[in-house]
Design a protein around this ligand. Sequence first.
Ligand code: SAH
Length: 371
Amino acid sequence: MVPNALNLYGLDRTGLEELFETQGLQRFRARQLLKWVYHQNLLDFGAMTDLPKVTREWFNENCHFSLPEIHHQQVSVDGTVKWLLRLDQGDLVEMVLIPERDRNTLCVSSQVGCMLDCSFCSTGKQGFNGNLSAADIVGQLVLANRYLETKDQRVTNVVLMGMGEPLLNFDAVLAATNLMIDDHAFGLSKRRVTISTAGVVPGIRKLQQVTDVSLAISLHAPTDDLRDGLVPINRKYPIAELLAACTDYVEHLGPARKLVIEYTLLAGVNDQVEHAKGLAKLLAGVRCKINLIPFNPFPGSGYARPAQGDIENFQTILMRQGFVTMLRTTRGEDINAACGQLVGQVDDRTQRQRRHRERMAAMQQEIVQWR
Ligand code: SAH
């Protein structure tokens, strides 16, 4: 293998077709390669018998398949699995598999840390150290499928709700999700692949031009005043702009599809009756379903999870207004695998860690205990 060999997990069908073309080969060879890799689980170019011999040789010399390294695996009492993965550059990121009766949902990371610094998210407190490659993202799905294979199962749903803001790593996320929904590769339903964003409006607009996977937005507040303090990117792209972009996106998905609204409930901050009513008013006319996520605490966060009664009350108000409203049950709590608890290990380039040194110290200790 040459030092700069191409990791083919990072190329979607179009990427492979372009690669084949530069080698003077027909584009349809890309489909043949995809089927070997994703349907037959065959990574040995030499054994891909329907490819010309010279092509196989060229691949052998110039390309490879490589996966993130599993640094640590933890299985929760409820079956949730969290992996700490080491990427090429040494960064550690997390992914979480949530098995349920009728589905296996994989929550994948798209960035090492996150730049957005939402006030209640522990990933944000880690700072940011770069993007995952498309191969790093696809690799997470390959690894989770390998784990499930031993139980005769596969990942059925993918949510880009791990570490990072997917729309700030647009090209890699697009290539990876293209492979997820390609029948020649993973073949997942486009309804079952969901990109979640804190509200990168230009990213949503761009996404609409190139894909039709599902979209979730992290709303968390019914007013700009409140959201500005929780999700700082709101100051750049306020709620009205965000909802306009989302409405256009779901229009483009067609009448049977819905936008997912994520709303993390923070005790005394955004969980009161007035907030539920405000949310119902804001979302009137938006084709959506609402996922309520009770806050998952982490050391030094300064927030608390609301009392069960408040959570249920909030849900009831929305349901009475006709919204499909799910309460996300907390999974993998014993292994810190819940939403907003994914931290990996980030060599911060934004210096945010300095501002959060105390919180970090507590969290780092948690990571050290893993080893
Ligand atoms: N950056 C993307 C992807 C992260 S998804 C986004 O913001 O959508 C993770 C979801 O969990 C987001 O809705 C996020 O706001 C929420 N979340 C973050 N920290 C949390 C916490 N401590 N408790 C509950 N939900 C949290």
